[in-house]
Design a protein around this ligand. Structure first.
Ligand code: DGL
Length: 279
């Protein structure tokens, strides 16, 4: 389908399957408050974590195209599942056809860059969606940069639904967090660094800390992705010029506006007014 691409500057697009990307948006806005942001949550089709490569790629591409139509020149996939399953194809196949001057960046590479220097035992644990863990994107990226580091992944299919349904502080969350972490640390007791490889998981941070051995460092992605974006914009002034800077933030959802506004308040400390869109 032909797209009307607007060559002028626009807000930075932040995309997630649902609300999890708001944890990344918060950290980015804290570090780079001068930019304009356009957040898109594909809440009508969340979760992505249990879906096939083809479906995650298709959904993610539709959302990226929508953000491009709305003038975003740079889009961050603030979702590990989309970064794992769709980013490479979008960067290599779709961007050259849509507009070679636009950029789509993910959250896995910056996270991997940060962990290699933190682990002493060289044993790293990863918690994420089934899609992220089964894609092996983390072990493959880690292997490129730090071949001596072993990654053990634990798929946690219940964690995103707990967060999306506001159950992250409930006893039900205790049950599922303890169960998956016990399984992970039994599989590799030498883990000294645990990556929260899903943007929803900061909401479960207290429970994850509770069931993680105290000597294990927890890696939360928000600040890492924000640092990486600041560095990217510094190194690419041509892109920086095409990102508008009035300090605004707008929210789009594929679900109902009321539902988004209510649930987003779990993640973000301000009144959210969302606009419904069809991608
Ligand atoms: N927030 C997404 C991530 O970082 C996962 C949510 C989902 O399963 O849709 O992986």
């Amino acid at each position: 389908m032909a797209m009307q691409l607007d060559p002028k500057a626009g807000p930075i697009g932040i995309f997630d399957s649902g609300y999890g990307g708001l944890t990344i948006l918060n950290a980015i806005r804290k570090q780079l408050p001068q930019y304009d942001y356009l957040y898109l949550g594909d809440n009508a089709r969340t979760p992505y974590g249990s879906r096939s490569f083809e479906v995650v790629y298709q959904y993610t591409l539709e959302c990226v195209r929508k953000l491009f139509e709305l003038d975003c020149q740079l889009v961050i996939l603030a979702c590990n599942t989309a970064s794992a399953k769709a980013l490479r194809t979008i960067q290599q196949h779709d961007l050259p056809l849509i507009d070679p001057n636009r950029r789509v960046l993910g959250v896995i590479r910056p996270t991997v860059e940060a962990i290699g220097n933190l682990t002493k035992t060289r044993h790293v644990g990863l918690v994420g969606t089934t899609g992220t863990v089964q894609s092996l994107s983390y072990p493959m990226e880690v292997n490129k940069l730090f071949p001596d580091v072993a990654v053990t992944g634990e798929a946690c299919p219940m964690w995103v639904p707990l967060v999306e349904n506001g159950e992250h502080d409930s006893p039900g969350a205790d049950y599922f967090v303890e169960k998956q972490l016990n399984h992970l640390f039994a599989a590799d007791p030498e883990i000294d660094t645990l990556v929260l490889g899903c943007t929803h998981y900061p909401l479960l941070l207290n429970k994850i800390r509770k069931y993680t051995p105290p000597h294990v460092a927890l890696i939360v992605q928000g600040a890492i992705v924000a640092d990486s974006l600041a560095d990217y914009l510094h190194r690419h002034p041509e892109m920086d010029q095409r990102c508008t800077k009035k300090g605004t933030c707008r929210f789009l959802t594929t679900e109902s506006e009321e539902k988004f506004a209510t649930s987003a308040s779990i993640f973000i400390n301000e009144t959210v007014v969302a606009t419904h869109i069809v991608v």
